[in-house]
Every structure is written in structure tokens, then in C-alpha cells.
Design a protein around this ligand. Structure first.
Ligand code: F6P
Length: 373
């Protein structure tokens, strides 16, 4: 009996999603003769049973295209906004899984998607995931697709900012995506030769950064590039954040949890505009004119790099192989030159942040980059 597989993309889009859909689809349909269905707009599309057939024509011409032909959303099955209310749509999702006679649902997503996937597995569905995100913070895989493309874009931006910062003798603070993990800021900061790199894993001291910039000025370098991850925190804010997190974890009842969540939300709100505040502080402390560039969604848009196309195709085709073997409940991880199925239990709820002893951190320090502390 031919197998029926469903595919969805969930969470923020990422270059390489279409290459992965194509890799899964071509191998599953063209090579193994399975029936392949795409669900539109993430888990919402499963709840609403909005599907498209992913056969020959739908899979053609998409390898190099950015975004996702399936559309995406951050909607979660158990917290689905419907008509102004939040409902638990898990049963509807299971119903549509069965209605479509699926043997497996393939979920392409980042950390949040891995958690959702495990919950659906625990409800009895056959699930396989692929790791995608420009943040590169999914656990148990060497790398996620989307990261290499975003790394290239952010690096090129830093290259371009160099000449204008140099000409105007300014500090240019460039904000790079990454709320909880600093892979993108650190990688592009090193590749683009940023003078300061700030990541969430290393809370910064603004005085320390200003000292490094003043030192550069004294040695005749009258401009500086500061690459800051959107989630980078000052030391003081990191303490507040840590305390709020602990309170949330220790909360014994609903009101306590609600209060802790509200405190965290307030901190997040305060964090908005942090990069602008940092630039202002540096201007005051160094007397150098400062400017801010927020790279934002440019980092997620457009065609995937060759490395991401290759990775997404490798993961996608390996996924079809695993389906053929009936290996479910796993994330298809990239390990060295190969691919490894990792049980979802080992991935869900874990984030791969930059370890403080990571070789990239050592390299950055060795070339004289200031890391804010
Ligand atoms: O998870 C990828 C990511 O691009 C993060 O770097 C960024 O913080 C977040 O998504 C932005 O989320 P949204 O697309 O919901 O604005």
C-alpha cells in the first residue's frame, strides 16, 4: 500500500524551506511513489484542513525560491486563536490527520515546532521534523537550514556598513536577529570583522564597550562597528530577566504564574528599543556620532544560499528514506557529512545556545573583538 504523507511549515520562515519541501516531495512521490499533501499556513491549515497536492508540478521551480510555498504561521495546536478566543485544536488536527489517511505528518520548523511535534507524537500521531531557523538554535543538530543564507546577508550588511562608518567616523550599531541565541550575530560579526559583538549568552557592560571604542579612537581608528543580537542584554537587565525567569519556574499556582509572566512581558517590552538605547549610551560615553541599522526581515527573505539548498535537500530526501523505513517520532538532524534521526524527546524544549567556550568566541577574542564583558 502506498504511504500518505503530510507536510507543513511552522514558525518564522527561513530560506531553504522550499528546497526541503521539494527534497521530501520528490523523493517521497517521485522515488518511493508515496502520496504527498501540503498543509497551508502551519498547524492552522491542518485544523482547517486546507491542503494542496505536492506532486510533480507543485515541486518544480521552487528549489531556489525563498519563503515557503505552503505559507507559515506561529499557531500552536493547543493554543489556536479562533474568532477572538484561544482554543485547543489538537482533536481537530488529529481528526484531519486521520481523514487524510496520513501515515506521517512532516513538520518543518524551529524550536517551538519541535515542542509541538513531540506533543502530537504523544497523542499518537506519526511525526517527523526537520530543523529550520536562521537562528541556528535547534538542539541536537549541527546546523539548521536558513542559517547560512542569513549569515551571508548579515555579513554583507556589515561589509557595507564599514565604508560608511569609516567615511563619517561614526559608530554604527547593527542589530542582527537572534532573541535567545547569538549564532547569527557572532558568526556574521566575525566574518564581517565587527569591532564589538554582543550576544544574549554574554551580558554586556556598556562602559566596557565604550572603553574599547575609545581605545580604537586613540590608535587612529575613528569608526567602530557594533554587531548586536536583538536579544543581547546589559548585565543589569540580565539579572532582572534571570530573576523573572526563576519566579516563573517556581510559581506554585495560577495567579503566581500569571504575575511572573506579566513581569517577563514587561521586561520584553522594556527590551524593545534596546539597540537604540545602546547607540545613544555609546555616543554619550565616546563622543562619537552613532547610527543604528536594524537588519530585520531582510535576513530571512530571498533565495537560499547554495549551502542551505544542499542541506535542505539532504535533510528532505533523508526524511523520505526514514518514512519509507517507518522511522517516526524523530527529527532529521545534520551530523557532520551525514544525517541522523534524533528522538523528538531529545530535541523538544532544548535550545542550542552559544557555549561560552565555543571556538568562535575564542577566535573573536583572539582577533581583538570586544564581546561586551
Ligand atoms: O525564529 C527566527 C526569528 O527570525 C528570530 O530571529 C526573530 O527573533 C523572530 O523569528 C521574529 O519573529 P516574527 O517572525 O514572529 O516577527
Amino acid at each position: 500500500m502506498e504511504k500518505h504523507i503530510g507536510i507543513l511549515t511552522s514558525g518564522g520562515d527561513s530560506p531553504g524551506l522550499n528546497a526541503a519541501i521539494r527534497g521530501i516531495g520528490k523523493a517521497a512521490h517521485g522515488y518511493f511513489g508515496m502520496q504527498v499533501l501540503g498543509f497551508l499556513d502551519g498547524f492552522r491549515g491542518v485544523m482547517e484542513n486546507r491542503t494542496i497536492a505536492l506532486d510533480g508540478s507543485a515541486l518544480s521551480g521552487i528549489l531556489t525560491v525563498g519563503g515557503t510555498i505552503l505559507g507559515t504561521s506561529r499557531d500552536r495546536p493547543d493554543r489556536m486563536p479562533v474568532g477572538g478566543k484561544i482554543i485547543d485544536a489538537t482533536d481537530a488536527i488529529i481528526e484531519n490527520y486521520e481523514k487524510n489517511h496520513l501515515d506521517v505528518l512532516v513538520c518543518l520548523g524551529g524550536g517551538g515546532t519541535q515542542k509541538t511535534a513531540l506533543k502530537l507524537k504523544e497523542k499518537g500521531l506519526n511525526i517527523i521534523t526537520l530543523p529550520k531557523t536562521i537562528d541556528n538554535d535547534v538542539a541536537m543538530t549541527d546546523v539548521t537550514f536558513g542559517f547560512d543564507t542569513a549569515l551571508g546577508i548579515a555579513t554583507e550588511a556589515i561589509d557595507r556598513l564599514h565604508s560608511t562608518a569609516h567615511s563619517h567616523h561614526r559608530i554604527v550599531v547593527v542589530e542582527i536577529m537572534g532573541h535567545r541565541a547569538g549564532w547569527l550575530a557572532l558568526g556574521s560579526g566575525i566574518a564581517g570583522g565587527a569591532d564589538v559583538i554582543l550576544i544574549p549568552e554574554i551580558p554586556y557592560d556598556v562602559e566596557n564597550i565604550a572603553r574599547a571604542i575609545r581605545q580604537r579612537s586613540r590608535s587612529g581608528k575613528r569608526f567602530s562597528i557594533v554587531a548586536v543580537a536583538e536579544g543581547a542584554l546589559s548585565k543589569a537587565d540580565a539579572v532582572l530577566y534571570q530573576r523573572a525567569m526563576e519566579k516563573k519556574e517556581k510559581a506554585k499556582n495560577k495567579p503566581e504564574r500569571k504575575k511572573a509572566k506579566a513581569a517577563l512581558a514587561e521586561l520584553e517590552l522594556h527590551h524593545t528599543g534596546n539597540t537604540l538605547r545602546l547607540a545613544r549610551q555609546l555616543e554619550e560615553l565616546t563622543h562619537l556620532e552613532s547610527r543604528v541599522t536594524i537588519l530585520g526581515y531582510v535576513q530571512r527573505g530571498g533565495a537560499p544560499s547554495a549551502v542551505d539548498r544542499l542541506l535542505a535537500t539532504r535533510l528532505g530526501t533523508a526524511c523520505a528514506d526514514l518514512i519509507q523505513q517507518g522511522r517516526y517520532g524523530v527529527m532529521v538532524a545534520a551530523r557532520g557529512e551525514g544525517i541522523e534521526p534524533v528522538p523528538l524527546e531529545k530535541v523538544a524544549g532544548k535550545r542550542k545556545i552559544v557555549p561560552l567556550d565555543h571556538p568562535w568566541i575564542k577566535s573573536a577574542r583572539h582577533v581583538g573583538t570586544n564581546l561586551g564583558a
